[in-house]
Design a protein around this ligand. Structure first.
Ligand code: ATP
Ligand code: MG
Length: 271
């Protein structure tokens, strides 16, 4: 088993505060249940996500991956511990400040995209701009720009129901990226896609990271995606551990998909 995450980072002398996108210390999360017994999901979890990193989160079903991602995205609050986003404890902020932070700095891609079916693709992508008070014309230009970059400009006027699953997922990425957030969080973005379309979404994740230096955290069961990440964290017993490629399968990550070279495993670089 790999070393706990916190030890790996303690060894790095060049690890300055400014390089940390998210600093997580002693994070615990429990839910109250009808039986009155608290369900403890995350337990004294410690880790840092560095600026510009693409990090995979893997683990068995029910282990707390979505809970963890929701806390990083401020959709849920920690029960105990601190989570600093770019050095700031945003959980102490007012609802208005928090909403602004989410809108400006954070993009979220859910497993089920939650696009609004009554609107067109471009209107969905414009939504975060409109919510932020950006005027309609500029919002449209910003949406068109990101749609163009994702190769989706020819689907701008389509209603969501007229798009394929993969196109819908890419539109969800466009919506999450339209304001160029510093942090992009994605929960099983390839979960409902076939292998080929999943690969396209994976390509998109890495190209967004390269182009904008966006820090990206992705929950995935997809081995083809996980092995492309320089860093994967496994969630187990409420804590995270750094994983080597060989350990991925033991963490509920799928088999190497047909047609992919097993050699790809050796290209995987870990900390
Ligand atoms: N709002 C809630 N109230 C009570 N329990 C919850 C709540 N949300 C999640 N849980 C519990 O927390 C545990 C972790 O859930 P979570 O959705 O984070 O798992 P996961 O790792 O994302 O699983 P999967 O791979 O199936 O999506 C589960 O046992 C779930 O029942
Ligand atoms: Mg989940």
């Amino acid at each position: 088993m790999s070393a706990p995450v916190s030890q790996g980072y303690a060894a790095s002398a060049s690890f300055f505060e400014s390089e940390i996108a998210i600093a997580i210390k002693g994070l615990s999360k429990s839910y109250s249940t009808d039986s009155g017994v608290a369900l403890s999901v995350l337990r004294d979890l410690n880790c840092n996500i560095r600026t510009g990193e693409v990090v995979g989160i893997v683990g068995a079903s029910g282990v707390g991956k979505t809970t963890f991602l929701h806390i990083l995205g401020t959709l849920e609050t920690p029960t105990l511990g601190t989570v600093l986003h770019f050095g700031k404890n945003i959980f102490s902020w007012s609802d208005t400040e928090l909403s602004r932070f989410r809108n400006e700095q954070l993009g979220f891609v859910f497993q089920f995209h939650y696009l609004l079916p009554e609107f067109t693709a471009i209107e969905n992508v414009m939504m975060p701009c409109i919510v932020a008070g950006v005027d309609r014309r500029l919002s449209r230009d910003m949406a068109l720009e990101i749609l163009h970059e994702l190769g989706l400009e020819n689907r701008a006027g389509f209603k969501i129901g007229q798009l394929s699953g993969g196109e819908q997922q890419r539109i969800a990425f466009a919506r999450a990226m339209v304001r160029r957030p510093r942090l992009l969080l994605a929960d099983e973005p390839t979960g409902n896609l076939d292998e080929r379309t999943g690969e396209k979404v994976a390509d998109l994740i890495f190209s967004l990271n390269e182009r904008y230096n966006t820090t990206i955290v992705v929950v995935t069961h997809n081995l083809a995606l996980a092995i492309r990440m320089k860093r994967c964290l496994g969630l187990v017993d409420g804590k995270v551990v750094e994983l080597t490629p060989a350990e991925l399968k033991g963490f509920g990550v799928g088999k190497v998909q047909a047609g992919r070279s097993p050699g790809a495993l050796h290209q995987y670089k870990f900390q």
